[in-house]
Design a protein around this ligand. Structure first.
Ligand code: FA5
Length: 354
């Protein structure tokens, strides 16, 4: 045996020992893949031994080649059954972990529910539909002309400050986030001729500090009826009927004088507390009454501003706070609960009203 052959034979023995020792440690299919790459793969040790044969003198190549090829066959024969066993085990584990028990009951999908304020709006729209009112909707970003001017609140009028307005644009045309749903009064009357009977549900915005009964964004419902010979009695009857439909047949309405530039006379109206039946409780602050909104007979200036003749037609308007109605209806004592989107509150609520 030449020195070269001797060296190669030692190298073959070293690789054999290393490969067989390592083979004993394989525990998984991925271990097996790594082993195969390290010894038998295109960049493995046995393959590089075979490649190295080219550097030997021609007469030594056949013997050395046979020895290297023998090593390759030996290792491949030892490896194949082990690899098959590990792959079968891996497949078994995967099948077991992915097994589907078709007899198990299915998972119930979480189904959303209408928000309490949306539920309240739907209920109000239905009640007023029975009283002959049609629901209309208007822009939340509004011009000062509709939010104020056409409601008899000109630019220099002190009442303009009462509304804690959030301005969107002050240069050129004054644009605001509507401070109430009342701008839809003029928008509606400009579009149609009397008789008019509409309600306007929608959000309004004011630059206000938040507390249990005030939010900077809240929901109002405007009502407007214009025709011949409409009186305060019609207004009171309409609101009384709404309160009865919402809170039960024994509910009563109270009017007290108030001032809004777009109505004359103007009132604030309250419903006797449905929770304590007027006896006084925490929700009604022990007064027995809950303030709901403002109302009155549409001011002649407003009618004239939209081209109506106040000698021919007259009407009533009201604006109520839907969040506060919802507080009373559902016994919620902090209106912020409606807006902070605590999923537990919304889920409990959806369950409670079915
Ligand atoms: C108005 O907004 C008038 N536009 C109502 C009106 C319409 C009067 C038509 C006459 C004719 P007021 O600012 O009082 O009025 O608001 C009416 C109702 O909206 C209040 O009674 C209250 O229920 C609700 N509201 C007002 N501000 C807030 C607020 N910050 N958070 C929650 N609700 C509010």
């Amino acid at each position: 045996m030449t020195t070269i052959q001797h060296g190669l034979s030692r190298e073959i023995d070293t690789v054999r020992r290393e490969a067989l020792d390592h083979l004993d440690t394989l525990r998984s299919a991925s271990d097996a893949t790594l082993w195969e790459g390290a010894f038998l793969g295109p960049k493995g040790q046995v393959t590089s031994l075979l490649r190295g044969l080219g550097t030997l003198p021609a007469e030594e190549r056949p013997i050395a080649g046979r020895a290297a090829q023998q090593l390759r066959d030996e290792l491949a024969a030892a490896f194949a059954p082990l690899r098959d066993r590990l792959e079968t085990e891996a497949l078994g584990l995967r099948l077991a972990s992915e097994a589907v028990d078709v007899s198990l009951p299915g998972r119930k999908p979480t189904i959303g529910a209408a928000h309490p304020i949306s539920t309240m709006i739907d209920e109000l729209v239905e009640i007023f539909a029975l009283l002959g009112f049609q629901a209309v909707f208007g822009p939340e970003v509004e011009t000062a002309r509709y939010n104020f001017d056409l409601l008899n609140i000109p630019a220099e009028h002190p009442a303009r400050d009462v509304w804690d307005t959030i301005h969107v644009q002050t240069d050129g045309e004054e644009i605001v986030l509507r401070t109430h749903t009342s701008p839809m009064q003029a928008r509606t009357m400009e579009r149609i001729q009397p008789p008019v009977r509409v309600i306007v549900p929608g959000v309004s915005f004011r630059f206000e500090a938040q507390d249990a009964s005030h939010e900077w964004q809240f929901t109002q419902l405007e009502g407007l009826a214009v025709d011949r010979n409409i009186t305060m009695a019609d207004l009171k009857g309409t609101l009384q009927e709404m309160a009865r439909q919402l809170f039960g047949p024994e509910r009563r309405i109270r009017f007290r004088c108030d001032y809004f530039p777009f109505v004359e006379p103007g009132v604030e109206f309250a419903v006797d507390c449905a929770i304590c039946k007027g006896r006084g409780c925490r929700v009604c602050k022990h007064t027995g009454w809950l303030e709901m909104g403002g109302a009155g007979m549409v001011h002649p200036h407003v009618l004239r501003g939209v081209g109506y003749d106040p000698d021919e037609v007259c009407g009533f308007a009201f604006g109520l706070g839907i969040d506060r109605l919802a507080m009373m209806k559902y016994g919620v004592d902090d209106l912020r609960a409606f807006a902070n989107n605590d999923i537990r509150f919304l889920r409990d609520f959806a369950r409670a009203i079915g």
